[in-house]
Design a protein around this ligand. Sequence first.
Ligand SMILES: Nc1ncnc2c1ncn2[C@@H]1O[C@H](COP(=O)(O)OP(=O)(O)O)[C@@H](O)[C@H]1O
Ligand SMILES: Cc1ncsc1CCOP(=O)(O)O
Ligand SMILES: [Mg+2]
Length: 266
Amino acid sequence: MELSLLDDIRQQNPVVLNISNFVTVQDVANGINAIGASPIMSEEIAETEEMVGISQAVALNLGAFSEPQVAHILKMGQTANALHKPVIIDPVAVGAVQYRKQVAEELMAQFQVDVIRGNAGEIAALADIAWEAKGIDAGSGSGDLVAIAQAAAQKHHCVVILSGETDIITDGQHVAKVFNGTPLFQLHVGSGDMLSSLVGAFCAVTTDYFEAAQTACLVFAAIGELVANKLEAEQPGTFSVRLMDGLHLTSTDEIQKIARFEVVDA
Ligand SMILES: Nc1ncnc2c1ncn2[C@@H]1O[C@H](COP(=O)(O)OP(=O)(O)O)[C@@H](O)[C@H]1O
Ligand SMILES: Cc1ncsc1CCOP(=O)(O)O
Ligand SMILES: [Mg+2]
């Protein structure tokens, strides 16, 4: 884990370009801003080349796409590839809705994604492994989560983050696990979307996207845990406000002190 990447984000203030969904757009923008990067959102295909040109990473969220937005996402992905900018995709609910899986796979066949970040239901779907996904949530299944994440990474030739109680990060062979976190993340819609775009901020400051993905997971989960530990009860509203403060104020030393992770070589 390279926690110094967090300091690099705060020093460099990289621009992270997002296609967001209307549900969580504000959390995503503020999350990126709070951690020390600079968010920009886009809804107009004509500005794609200029937008990708001024950005250091591109995060594509499939949470509420329409046909015109799919065309926009395609152009963003292809332009990011051409300009060598890292591409992160969040395949919201592809495990629960077959049409979403079809669109996500068609998109990923037309440009190369660097990191996919999803929950177990979403990543199992992209690995073609049986799982009972539930809407935007992970749902339930009995498969080996490490094997599922590795299968998805090998199929799509990229780094995969399978998030949940334990985050599993893999490039298809090597595996990292992050054990920090809090169940309160599940009570705040947008936690996953925020993490996906924060992965963009970390990919903006290194060319090692496996390292960026692991470190983003550790930073986000550890900050959530620190915030939750100070609450007096299960308070999703207070949690989300303090999470934003935590993203801004938490130091690498504070994260280091509570970090629980393992990195296993293949
Ligand atoms: N039960 C849990 N315990 C601790 N952390 C969790 C738990 N579930 C999710 N998280 C954390 O919540 C964040 C969002 O992940 P997740 O809930 O899997 O995404 P999504 O919102 O897309 O389903 C991640 O940082 C993950 O580590
Ligand atoms: C509720 C909802 N519906 C479409 S996108 C979305 C937000 C999903 O956010 P997250 O996966 O981060 O909880
Ligand atoms: Mg999600």
